[in-house]
Design a protein around this ligand. Structure first.
Ligand code: SAM
Length: 461
């Protein structure tokens, strides 16, 4: 059998069925990709992780006016409502209007730092498709695809692995709330081969064909994505969903809200609601031991829906984000121009984000699916073969500046003091995917053990 890359390496079929083979497959593919693709390296300053520096609020922008009218009409608003308005208001929202990624934007993400990141995630998708028994139809679904860089790198891997994917009907589905970013993604992934859907009944708002010839569609919500075997990726998506904030007080848990500063009508401020709210009653666990807690119910709803889909239609979800396993406290922060930004200052002009609580996501999955992780990004990427990929790229890069950029990008993604520890990987898998094979029938060989879950276990040669 040919190497799935289509290169001249020969692998025995059965090699694909065990861990060692997966490792060989990944490394062979990584090498082949390195030989055939030019490196995309454009990293700059990363998101800063330090806490927000408080700035004096000055601009009275349209979003500020919108928020203050709302507060004047109904009273202080929850941090979740504030964030939802600021980020995704259909007219004024930060994500809706801006292309905020990259050196000229407000922050940079792993797929923008290094092509290796998306390539390794592409291999993860294919390995999970293989582990599921290679279904004939395979939907690749990405949440919040930003500029489309991760999808582009994943699709290049799919194209390299054409021999493995064979006649499988692969389709691409992007869940993106921002019309502005969907245009950027469409240009990057399809060139001109896309158009806005004309029919109101079409669940997709844009459709096209990727540069590699796959059907691609854009949706506002997971609810609109067709059912079917799917591998889901969400990179820095859950951290962009609105959180509620709660503070423990002598009188019990109280929700933090956003209000107009009574001493300066041009400023917003946080206030604690004097009595319990529906959210503080419903979202705090009885055994909670922290003093301050952030909860993201929208993230929980997405996880519940994903779990249901994975149970019913098969597939897996890989979630990568900065976060904690139920220990984080006050993590809500803003970024503008690659610098920390006061979350209440000039709303709509900066990104707002909060660490993802993976223990909450696991709880909301409710045991219907198997949860893996969170594991640190450097562990996941090392398990996926990032060191080998770097070496191959270095060997194939003739000039010193490209080699320096390669090494810097690798360092940024894996150094524990940078993105290596703070970013985590978490996966949802169908329980059947992990079930041991039934005992062999008399005279027959027992079916092979399930493939190990790539990235979450060490791959040994
Ligand atoms: C922080 S950016 C991450 C972009 C990209 N995944 C990356 O890592 O470079 C968040 C992305 O999620 C999208 N997004 C935010 N909230 C969303 C929502 N509620 N539904 C769908 N997409 C959303 C944004 O428009 C953007 O594409």
């Amino acid at each position: 059998m040919l190497c799935p890359c289509g290169c001249s390496l020969t692998l025995a079929c059965n090699l694909l069925l065990n861990m060692r083979a997966l490792s060989v497959l990944q490394r062979a593919c990584v090498r082949q990709i390195a030989l055939t693709c030019s490196a995309r390296w454009r990293w700059t300053e990363s998101k800063s992780f330090s806490s927000t520096i408080q700035e004096k609020h000055t601009p009275s922008n349209a979003m500020f006016k919108h928020l203050t009218s709302k507060i004047k009409a109904t009273g202080p608003i929850s941090v979740a409502e504030y964030t939802r308005e600021v980020l995704t208001n259909p007219v004024l929202g930060y994500y809706v209007k801006n292309d905020m990624l990259g050196a000229d934007g407000d922050f940079i993400t792993s797929p923008e730092i290094s092509q290796i990141f998306g390539e390794l995630l592409g291999i993860w998708c294919v390995s999970e498709w293989m582990a599921a028994g290679k279904p004939k139809e395979f939907q690749f679904v990405e949440f919040g695809p930003g500029r489309g860089s991760l999808a582009s790198d994943v699709l290049r891997v799919f194209s390299q692995l054409r021999a493995v994917l064979g006649g499988t009907a692969v389709s691409v589905h992007l869940v993106e709330v921002s019309p502005r970013l969907s245009e950027v993604q469409a240009r990057s992934l399809t060139g001109d081969l896309n158009q806005v859907s004309r029919s109101e009944n079409d669940p997709a708002y844009r459709r096209g064909t990727t540069g590699t010839g796959l059907p691609i569609s854009w949706y506002r919500s997971l609810d609109d994505v067709p059912k079917g075997f799917s591998i889901y990726l969400a990179h820095e998506f859950f951290d962009a969903l609105p959180i509620h904030k709660f503070q423990k007080t002598k009188r019990g848990w109280r929700e933090m809200m956003v209000d107009i500063d009574p001493e300066d009508a041009e400023r917003l401020r946080f206030v604690l609601v004097p009595a319990p709210t529906l959210a503080s009653s419903a979202l705090i666990q009885p055994d909670e031991s922290r003093e301050h807690v952030e909860v993201c119910p929208e993230g929980g709803v997405v996880i519940q829906k994903l779990s249901g889909r994975i149970v019913e239609d098969g597939g897996a979800a890989l979630i990568a984000d900065y976060g904690h396993d139920g220990t984080g406290t006050d993590t809500f922060r803003g970024f503008r121009g690659h610098k920390p930004h006061d979350v209440l200052s000039a709303p709509g002009t900066a990104d707002l984000t909060a660490d993802v609580d993976f223990s909450y996501l696991r709880r909301l999955a409710g045991g219907r699916v198997a949860c893996f992780g969170p594991v640190a990004q450097r562990t996941f990427l090392q398990n996926m073969g990032i060191d080998v990929r770097l070496q191959v790229l270095l060997q194939n890069s003739p000039d010193a500046s490209t080699r320096a950029q390669l090494t810097q990008g690798f360092d940024m993604l894996t150094d524990p003091a940078k993105m290596g520890d703070r970013f985590k990987f978490f996966a949802l898998l169908n329980h059947n995917r992990l079930a041991p094979p039934p005992p062999a029938e008399k005279g027959k060989k027992r079916a092979p053990a399930p493939l190990p879950v790539a990235g979450f276990s060490e791959l040994k040669l």
